[in-house]
Design a protein around this ligand. Structure first.
Ligand code: 2AM
Length: 177
């Protein structure tokens, strides 16, 4: 099964984000992410065997809890850049999330659980450009924020209509006050 760790967004925030980015949907040749699928990847594990689940779960459970849980959803960004976007995203700012991702990745390494080790750039992917967008005009995005309480181990089922994400484990991230 295809697995990744991610933080989810509150439903009303997904709705507001979707509203703000609606002017972009006129661009063709982009696979826009369905709003119910908005998420923030912490680590992408890829294909794993059922028997590896226990160890993956143990590694996630022992991630130290964080003190700061504020996540700010800022402005538009793109990989490799906004002039020639291939992946369009919203930039994320969150010191707590950085700490969490670092600790989670460290735990995965220590447990020999392989994952995509590209440097962690916190982002919310909104679209994947299949062709080329010429003269991309970005609408105004009103920054948003929320406090995250959990992160999840998510199973991704790829279908022709797009991926289906299924949360299979949940982990609390906040230090008990
Ligand atoms: P992306 O949205 O920035 O493309 C599920 O596929 C999630 O894992 C997506 O959010 C995807 O990021 C992320 N991811 C990170 N590395 C990946 C990889 N090597 N292959 C597929 N998805 C990856």
């Amino acid at each position: 099964m295809r697995l990744f760790f991610a933080v989810d967004f509150p439903e009303e925030l997904k709705e507001k984000i979707h509203q703000d980015i609606t002017p972009l949907f006129k661009y063709n040749g982009v696979k826009w992410v369905a709003k119910e699928n908005y998420h923030l990847t912490l680590a992408f594990l890829g294909e794993k065997e059922e028997k590896e689940l226990l160890q993956i779960d143990r590694a996630a459970k022992s991630v130290p809890q964080v003190k700061e849980s504020l996540i700010k959803v800022l402005d538009f960004g793109a990989f490799p850049n906004l002039k020639r976007p291939k992946v369009l995203f919203l930039k994320i700012e969150s010191p707590g999330l950085l700490t969490l991702a670092e600790n989670l990745r460290q735990n995965l390494k220590e447990n020999n659980i392989s994952f995509d080790e590209k440097p962690f750039v916190p982002h919310l992917t909104i679209g994947r450009v299949k062709g080329e967008i010429k003269n991309l005009a970005l609408p105004k995005f009103n920054p948003k924020e929320f406090s995250f309480k959990n992160f999840y181990l998510i199973k991704s089922i790829l279908t022709p209509e797009g991926p289906i994400y299924e949360k299979i484990k949940s982990y609390e991230i906040l230090q008990n006050a």
